[in-house]
Design a protein around this ligand. Structure first.
Ligand SMILES: *Cc1c(COP(=O)(O)O)cnc(C)c1O
Length: 449
């Protein structure tokens, strides 16, 4: 732990935070859903990441902003020494607002506009170009000048899919990067580097949740071998950096961090030793694995009922905060806990219950057939391991507002202290962003001749 004081284990910190959030009214009838982020857990993950990659190769660990683009979270990570991977104008502005210097950013996106690319090149932001058309665009923008920041090409090593198709970025037909195994593609990348002495990086992000680390390592070995081939061909160390992406899977099944960053780095070192010998500067882009297990969604049970013999608890957390879990429950199951109205863990014999959200479609369940102590109205339900991609990636179904997010730290006295990360969206704000200022526009159009 970075704080140097005795810290409770993560699950105990979380339990204390839930009770305290209820006590302080951060979670309750006025705020029936809330996101809670364990700051000590996040910092411990950063430490574990740094430790796993220690060695002769310089490493820039960037955080994939899409996993949690909340400015105070990004600033915490900047303060902890990280960089940031961004893939849209919104993420870029969030990262700049969080205080990341241009030299701590990596700009990935398969759809960068000319304007976005020009901005990145002008400010020395590292860019990973996705395809040859984008490379030609960079040629035109640079017009013979050299880019002031690192400039790389993203490759798709086409090593195959993991367990979740939508998360697999290295299938034969994935939309990302230059597909290396396609006829002539690898040669074309080598030639592109030969003709542009300012290209100096290769990038691969082989997969996210569901991709086993050995598959990722195989993709990164192909990327490393391509870098070696380029450098051999041009007769100098032109490729100076390899961006190995993110994608460490998270264990959503129990409390343990598994695999760890140390496991991942050890496997990669064994598969691609040359990557770590100091000839290449490394960039990583982890998202989910840095935050997932430090986040919890707390929600109040509004009603309980029974249908066809199945118990159902209706809460305020559904597809608007747990979008993937609701639409793809087989791929994205969550652990669920139940607490009494004071936020204390409930005990008692388990019952089979569906945990439902507030959205108006039947499939809006965050857990189906969970075995939990009897759930009653006023209880609190916790959705665990939701620190990445959940409360930060809102889906505006039913015009449900974005919930508040708080960070917490638990002192050695076991008492959590909270800091607001994002205020809850008000109903007024929901209406305003729904075209309120243009309320008359369609009626006026109808009346006009
Ligand atoms: C989403 C993404 C990441 C982060 O993936 P995680 O699975 O959250 O670690 C990194 N790099 C790129 C290019 C991505 O699209």
């Amino acid at each position: 732990m970075t704080s140097g004081v005795t810290v409770l284990p993560r699950a105990e910190r979380r339990t204390a935070a839930l009770a305290r959030a209820v006590e302080e009214g951060l979670l309750g009838p006025q705020a029936p859903v809330v996101g809670l982020l364990d700051v000590d857990g996040v910092l411990a993950a950063v430490d574990a990441l740094n430790g796993a990659f220690e060695g002769p190769a310089p490493v820039l660990h960037t955080f994939a902003a899409k996993a949690c683009g909340l400015v105070p979270v990004l600033r915490l990570l900047a303060d902890a020494g990280m960089g940031c991977e961004v893939a849209s104008p919104g993420e870029l502005e969030q990262a700049l607002a969080a205080g990341f210097g241009y030299d701590r950013l990596v700009f990935d996106s398969p759809a960068k506009t000319a304007g976005e690319l020009e901005f990145a090149l002008a400010h020395g932001i590292a860019v990973n170009l996705d395809n040859f058309q984008e490379l030609a665009r960079a040629d035109r923008l640079l017009a013979g000048r050299e880019a002031s920041g690192p400039l790389g090409i993203r490759v798709n090593p086409q090593v195959g899919a993991g367990a979740i198709g939508a998360m697999s970025t290295a299938t034969a037909t994935s939309k990302f990067g230059v597909a290396l195994r396609d006829p002539g593609a690898a040669d074309a990348v080598v030639e592109a580097f030969e003709r542009r002495p300012w290209l100096d990086r290769l990038h691969a992000h082989v997969g996210s949740q569901g991709c086993p680390p050995p598959l990722v390592a195989e993709g990164l070995r192909a990327t490393y071998e391509l870098a070696e081939r380029i450098n051999e061909r041009v007769g100098r160390a032109q490729v100076t950096g390899i961006d190995i992406g993110g994608g460490l899977p998270v264990n959503f099944g129990d409390e343990e961090d598994r695999p760890t960053y140390a496991d991942y780095a050890a496997g990669l070192r064994a598969a691609v030793p040359g990557l770590f010998d100091g000839r290449y500067a490394l960039v990583t882009e982890f998202g989910r694995s840095l935050l997932a297990k430090s986040g919890t969604i707390g929600t109040v049970v509004e009603y309980t009922k029974s249908a066809g013999g199945r118990r159902i608890a209706i809460t305020h957390a559904g597809a608007q905060v747990a979008t993937r879990t609701v639409f793809m429950p087989g791929s994205w199951p969550l652990r669920v806990g139940v607490f009494d109205p004071a936020g204390r863990p409930k005990e008692g014999p388990a019952e089979t219950v569906d945990i439902a959200g507030p959205c108006c479609f039947a499939g809006d369940l965050t857990a189906a057939g969970a075995e939990l102590p009897a759930v009653e109205p006023g209880d609190v339900v916790a959705l665990y391991d939701t620190g990445a991609y959940y409360f930060s990636t809102h889906f505006s179904y039913n015009s449900l507002p974005r919930p508040a997010v708080y960070g917490y730290r638990t002192g050695s006295d076991g008492r959590p202290r909270f800091a607001l990360v994002r205020a809850a969206q008000s109903v007024r704000e929901v209406v305003e962003e729904s075209g309120l200022a243009q309320a008359d526009s369609l009626v006026a159009l109808r009346r006009s001749e």
